[in-house]
Write a protein that binds this ligand. Structure first.
Ligand SMILES: [Zn+2]
Length: 337
């Protein structure tokens, strides 16, 4: 009886938490639809949402379309999304084939008020955009200095929509650039405290190429292009959980070549691929560890966690990676979900 009561209490707790979250989401949505003189902005990801909110301040009402643990690569329009897209004065999305769910992708490229900030980056800084084979890598937010280069397209779009506040947006974008520059340096410093021979990252899917080039590689490796050895993932640019024996063997060889002892899960990607790699290594008598907590890449952390904003998620990732690669410095970071 006591067991049943305890179980009911836990269920009630979980329900009241998720119900409260749902209610707050519904309220945010209701507020966003109300006319209040502010520019109504829809973004696909929360990372873009945070940039736009910082620049637009109290002149804008921003709403992210893809929330929680949802995968931006495969997101398809659901009931209610059409109204959000129709109501938005401006839409900002990543582009570079991140949002490749057919229904969403087509609609975004049809809208004249929709800006693909990654495509803008490809036009203005083509040499900095990465490709894996023929596929463009969309994970530009994982290098803070690169993501900061999308600020002008957001600032220009806001100024065009609301010319009276042009100076306001300009000043805020200047401050944001400064803040992102500081974060970029700080992330680099945290990771460069890890000795060079230990600065190798393996995660579930190919989300950390920009991160590796910016924060794990040496200057010489960036110059020569050999930085790519600093990061590997068993799954491709979009997580798919489809691993062949060849994929597993490739990763195992990579782990051996660079004496890598720990691999990292991602918050919104299944750990199945990583577990298969661990099993294969253990079957051959080897040892590998899965890091104690998950990294944030395609999805941010829950409200109140250490990864609930763009700036916080990047810093958290840096600290989690550094502490797992080099626990000798100050121990392994505790998870804080
Ligand atoms: Zn991804």
């Amino acid at each position: 009886m006591r067991l049943i009561r305890a179980f009911s209490f836990i269920v009630l707790l979980i329900c009241s938490f998720s119900c409260a979250q749902n209610n707050s989401r519904q309220n945010d949505l209701k507020k966003w639809f109300e006319s209040n003189g502010k520019i109504k902005i829809l973004t696909t990801t929360r990372m873009i949402h945070d940039l736009v909110k910082e620049i637009g301040g109290d002149k804008v009402d921003t709403l992210p379309l893809i929330i929680g643990e949802l995968d931006p690569h495969s997101y398809q329009l659901v009931k209610g999304d059409d109204e959000k897209i129709a109501r938005a004065d401006l839409i900002f999305f990543n582009g570079l084939n991140l949002e490749h769910g057919p229904s969403l992708k087509q609609l975004l490229y049809e809208k004249k008020n929709a800006y693909a900030i990654g495509d803008y980056l490809k036009e203005t800084h083509p040499e900095e955009v990465l490709y894996l084979g023929k596929e463009v890598d969309p994970h530009i937010w994982m290098d803070v200095s690169l993501f900061a280069k999308t600020i002008p397209v957001i600032t220009e779009a806001l100024s065009k929509q609301d010319p009276a506040n042009k100076e306001f947006y300009k000043e805020r974008s200047f401050n944001l650039e400064k803040e992102l520059k500081e974060l970029h340096l700080s992330v680099k410093n945290i990771l460069h405290e890890v000795p060079e021979e230990k600065r190798y990252l393996v995660t579930s899917h190919d989300a950390f190429n920009y991160f590796a080039r910016a924060y794990l590689a040496t200057d010489e490796e960036v110059k020569t292009g050999s930085w790519s050895k600093r990061f590997q993932a068993p799954e491709g640019l979009a997580p798919d959980s489809q691993l062949s024996l060849q994929d597993i063997n490739f990763i195992i060889n990579h782990l051996r070549t660079y004496n890598i002892e720990v691999i990292f899960p991602e918050s919104n990607v299944s750990q199945n691929s990583l577990k298969k790699i661990v099993e294969a290594i253990e079957a051959k008598g080897g040892v590998i560890r899965i890091a104690n907590c998950s990294l944030y890449a395609d999805a941010m952390g829950k409200e109140g966690s250490r990864g609930d904003s763009y700036l916080k998620m990047l810093r958290y990732d840096a600290e989690l990676i550094a502490s797992n690669l080099f626990p000798q410095k100050g121990g392994i970071l505790k998870c804080n979900e």
